[in-house]
Design a protein around this ligand. Structure first.
Ligand SMILES: NC(=O)c1ccc[n+]([C@@H]2O[C@H](COP(=O)([O-])OP(=O)(O)OC[C@H]3O[C@@H](n4cnc5c(N)ncnc54)[C@H](OP(=O)(O)O)[C@@H]3O)[C@@H](O)[C@H]2O)c1
Length: 249
């Protein structure tokens, strides 16, 4: 197979799991992050995706090495745990730069090339983009925006046969929370899915040209129930934070 995938946020977590899965399936893997991955990868580009000129650098450097792109996986993201009252402007801007604008700008950069290969864009979104969570409102807003981007983009790109797969991801133990912005510690959860299984599920969904998947699947029913009974959901989500709303250590 001569297919190439570009994955952002490749140095750790879900990006790393996706890189290993696509490599296992014969892809040339090119990854982007600020720090180098601790595993073998075909090509790594050091870039900060919140900096506009670094997006141009990713594009230029990618095409110095590869002559085409088949799959773009926008994955790099960061959390923010803070009340709206205390959310700092600089944190909100940094969050949106990475979780939303970098997805849009990188997609725009590579779009003509994805049209040539009739490729796929995979956006890593979150359950928090379907269901608001108190003290995570800014993060939710960035992922709600991302879902709107993915869904409208999918329709616009249909005539060009470019596919868009949107990933609604629940808690997976990657250390994501420990790297988040903001001063609060999120509630602990006993549910922590595996990043390897996540990557396998994504690969299958990519092959089947799915529009959207929820991983782990049970979150899909949870979202539905929360939408059917919003007052109950509000009470439960607030009380889970009230129990554990501590400053981050
Ligand atoms: N883990 C979960 O429970 C969960 C749940 C729902 C959705 N998600 C979403 O899944 C995606 C990946 O999350 P994860 O759990 O894998 O997080 P993670 O383990 O913290 O990894 C984040 C990746 O993004 C990179 N990154 C961070 N800031 C960057 C920047 N400014 N420029 C370039 N790269 C940057 C990091 O590398 P460097 O630090 O080396 O730059 C790292 O490779 C995110 O979009 C997140 O919102 C995660």
């Amino acid at each position: 197979m001569d297919k190439t995938v570009l994955i952002t946020g490749v140095s750790k977590g879900l990006g790393k799991a996706l890189a290993l899965e696509f490599k296992k399936n014969g892809f040339n893997v090119c990854g982007v992050s600020r720090t180098k991955p601790d595993f073998e990868i075909d090509y790594h580009i050091t870039a900060d995706l919140t900096v506009k000129r670094d997006i141009q650098k990713v594009y230029d450097t990618f095409f110095e090495r590869f002559n085409k792109i088949d799959v773009l996986i926008n994955n790099a993201g960061i959390g923010l745990y803070e009340s709206w009252k205390d959310t700092k402007e600089q944190d909100l801007r940094k969050l949106c730069e990475l979780n939303f604008y970098s997805y849009v700008f990188l997609t725009q950069k590579f779009l003509n090339h994805l049209i040539k290969t009739q490729g796929t864009i995979i956006n890593v979104s979150s359950v928090a983009g379907k269901l608001y969570v108190p003290y995570m409102g800014a993060y939710c807003a960035s992922k709600y925006a991302l879902n709107a981007f993915s869904d409208s983009l999918r329709v616009e790109l249909k005539p060009f046969k470019v596919h868009v797969l949107n990933l609604i991801v629940g808690r997976i133990n990657t250390g994501f929370s420990s790297r988040a912005l903001g001063s609060l510690e999120p509630p602990k959860t006993p549910f922590n899915a595996s990043s390897q299984k996540f990557a396998k599920t994504v690969y299958k969904a990519y092959q089947k040209k799915k529009r959207e998947i929820t991983y782990p699947l049970w979150y899909k029913y949870f979202i539905l129930l929360a939408k059917l009974f919003p007052s109950i959901y509000d009470r439960i989500s607030l009380s889970s934070w009230e129990k554990s709303k501590n400053p981050r250590k």
